[in-house]
Design a protein around this ligand. Structure first.
Ligand SMILES: *[C@@H]1O[C@H](CO)[C@@H](O)[C@H](O)[C@H]1NC(C)=O
Ligand SMILES: *[C@@H]1O[C@H](CO)[C@@H](O)[C@H](O)[C@H]1NC(C)=O
Ligand SMILES: *[C@@H]1O[C@H](CO)[C@@H](O)[C@H](O)[C@H]1NC(C)=O
Length: 478
């Protein structure tokens, strides 16, 4: 592209040099033909450039198609943290102690520990930053891009709350955990107080020129100002085999997409409407909701109406969106009709905006997230508990000054059995800390945020053989 302005400049200068002594008509003709030759070249360059951009787009598509059929959507790998003589010493998507790099930040009120992962969603492969996402859900009030709200914590059973004595509350809460662990609704109907949340990872091509945090974390943010900077940093890491110690870079691919105006179509599949996949009657599917199957309005070449989304990908959920920041995928739909002896072709442009998702993990919420038998005050910031600078002792002066967003300790330590130690280096919660209650009395508490595995609780042991004990959290004890 570079020589182009240069050529223009030369031509005009050249003309200026030879035009002396020309008539006006000759001059007009010379200028006219110079412009025409320029215009021709420009047209050629535009065509070449268009073809090149199209080829790059198709190259991206080819590489996606290859990845789409190499396996399903899902997590491919986590960062390796060790090596050894046998393959089970190193990490795949499972590490030595955790799946997909999950770990605890139970000292944060609603942070789910999740490290860097390499994932594929609908043929697009990417590597995330250290995730540590928050327990939030799509906003129920706003339709704004990425707007979320906190998932409400489950209630505390009234039979626990009505007890005055903390030890009695602990006993009753343990009974609820025993009922949950043994799924025994006769012992206690635990179901309203133990809620499962399906957490998913969502991907879409966006039109954003600058990088915006794709989701909020209390611990990590993308550490680059632009896509170019992020790409350069991630390439550096990939070629040198190193990483940023803070794990705040992500490999998020960019692509050339065909972009044009927004339409509000309901999603169609090559002209067929999409129905709910099951049942005899045809009920139009609400394509704004994630689904991995649908029913076509017409039969396919194999005579099937049932359609699993993707070519062969049981993990791929699709949803349509109207968010203008999501890049549309555009195609032309043409129909031919006879008008007398002539055939008339009419074409319409179909634009669809989509996002894709994979289920990542199911996170159970328990009453421990808000159970506060010592009535310890909570402040919604990161530092209230440690503002005085001393927080390592058991005296009134040195205990945490209540709890806050990143020092969330409410659970009496004696609720658990023995010492709490996860042995995972990424976990940040301390075993038990002294926290001042609302009267200023120091109380020893455990972290109350979400945990991968609930520590062992007295009285909830299920069964024991000589080799193995399985406790409430279904974890072998060592
Ligand atoms: C469930 O709890 C009830 C009440 O404590 C008890 O009688 C029953 O044996 C328990 N069921 C199982 C399967 O443990
Ligand atoms: C893109 O949009 C413009 C403006 O709406 C339209 O004129 C043009 O035909 C579209 N191009 C393609 C290739 O669809
Ligand atoms: C403890 O927190 C309370 C309430 O936020 C505040 O009024 C008080 O000054 C704090 N005390 C110390 C020693 O930081």
């Amino acid at each position: 592209m570079k020589p182009l302005p240069f050529t223009v400049y030369l031509l005009l200068i050249g003309l200026a040099e030879v035009c002396v002594g020309m008539t006006k008509i000759q001059l007009d003709n010379a200028i006219g033909s110079a412009y025409k030759s320029l215009q021709d070249r420009l047209d050629k360059v535009e065509t070449y450039f268009g073809n090149l951009a199209r080829q790059v787009m198709l190259q991206q598509f080819n590489s996606e198609q290859r990845i789409r059929t190499d396996g399903y959507s899902g997590v491919k790998a986590v960062r390796s943290s060790s090596h050894g003589p046998a393959n089970y010493y190193s990490n795949s998507y499972v590490g030595s102690r955790h799946f997909i790099a999950v770990h605890d930040h139970a000292n944060f009120i609603r942070t789910v520990g999740l490290g860097e992962i390499n994932a594929v969603i609908n043929g697009v492969e990417f590597t995330t930053r250290h995730n540590d996402y928050k327990l939030v859900m799509s906003s129920t009030k706003s339709t704004g891009y990425h707007d979320t709200e906190p998932i409400p914590f489950p209630d505390i059973p009234p039979s626990v709350l009505k007890l005055k004595d903390v030890d009695d509350q602990i006993e009753e809460m343990r009974t609820y955990f025993k009922a949950f662990a043994t799924q025994n609704t006769t012992l206690r109907d635990y179901r309203p107080y133990f809620k499962a949340n399906l957490c998913y990872m969502e991907g879409a091509w966006t039109l954003d020129k600058s990088i915006e945090e794709p989701f909020e974390s209390d611990r990590h943010q993308l550490d680059a100002a632009s896509w170019l900077e992020l790409q350069s940093l991630i390439r550096y890491g990939a070629y040198t085999g190193t990483k940023s110690p803070l794990e705040n870079f992500a490999h998020l691919p960019t692509a050339i997409m065909h972009v044009n105006k927004t339409t509000g179509l309901r999603l169609q599949s090559y002209g067929y409407p999409l129905y709910l996949p099951y049942g005899d009657t045809n009920v139009l599917q609400d394509t704004s909701r994630y689904a991995r199957a649908t029913k076509l309005g017409g039969k396919d070449a194999m005579g099937n109406k049932f359609l699993a989304r993707g070519f062969n990908d049981p993990n791929l959920w699709c949803a349509e969106t109207t968010q203008p920041r999501v890049a549309p995928i555009i195609t032309e739909k043409c129909t031919t009709e006879k008008a007398g002896k002539m055939k008339v072709e009419t074409c319409e442009s179909i634009e669809t905006r989509l996002s894709w998702a994979i289920p990542l993990e199911i996170v159970y919420m328990t009453p421990l997230l808000s159970w506060n038998p010592y009535r310890i005050p909570y402040t919604n910031n990161r530092k209230a508990a440690t503002a005085s600078g001393r927080y390592d002792g058991s005296t009134k002066r040195t205990a945490y000054n209540g709890t806050d967003l990143s020092h969330y300790y409410l659970t009496p330590v004696q609720f658990y059995k023995g010492r709490i130690r996860t042995g995972i280096s990424a976990d940040t919660a301390r075993g038990g800390v002294w926290v001042r209650d609302r009267k200023g009395e120091p109380r020893k508490c455990s972290a109350s945020g979400p945990r991968m595995v609930t520590p062992n609780i007295e009285g909830t042991l299920l069964w024991c053989s000589q080799e193995l004990c399985v406790s409430s959290a279904f974890v072998p004890q060592d």
